[in-house]
Design a binder for this molecule. Structure first.
Ligand SMILES: [Zn+2]
Length: 120
């Protein structure tokens, strides 16, 4: 499962942050997922429940936030929202656009337990 590999890479990143912050536990992980990232949020959440066991994030909650698709038009320069199958300029309708966002998979925030305070 593709999402499991994604989860494992994400958990390695989280473990690095937890070690740097000297955390005893990770309580929440928030990721931003673009519709063009190739990752399905529901499958990522399922994979997470498998991947987290035995890690510092064993008790952590995973929150996925969907992001939108934005494109910049190479003809009129406008930056507009676009759809997965219609990446055209929202202003002039030209198809020659450049993707600005929508393919990202970002670790947005990690909440940790260090003594008793949470760190963003
Ligand atoms: Zn345009």
């Amino acid at each position: 499962m593709h999402e499991l590999a994604v989860c494992q890479a994400m958990l390695e990143q989280v473990a690095g942050i937890a070690a740097r912050e000297q955390a005893s536990e990770v309580t929440r992980i928030i990721v931003r997922i673009g519709p063009l990232s190739g990752v399905v949020p529901e499958l990522l959440e399922q994979a997470f429940t498998i991947a987290r066991s035995g890690t510092i994030a064993n008790q952590a909650e995973l929150i996925t936030e969907a992001t939108g698709i934005r494109v910049r038009c190479s003809q009129c320069g406008a930056e507009t929202d676009a759809g997965i199958t219609r990446m055209i300029c929202g202003k002039c309708g030209d198809y020659r656009t450049q993707l600005l966002s929508g393919d990202e998979l970002l670790l947005a925030s990690v909440e940790l337990n260090r003594a008793e305070q949470a760190v963003e």
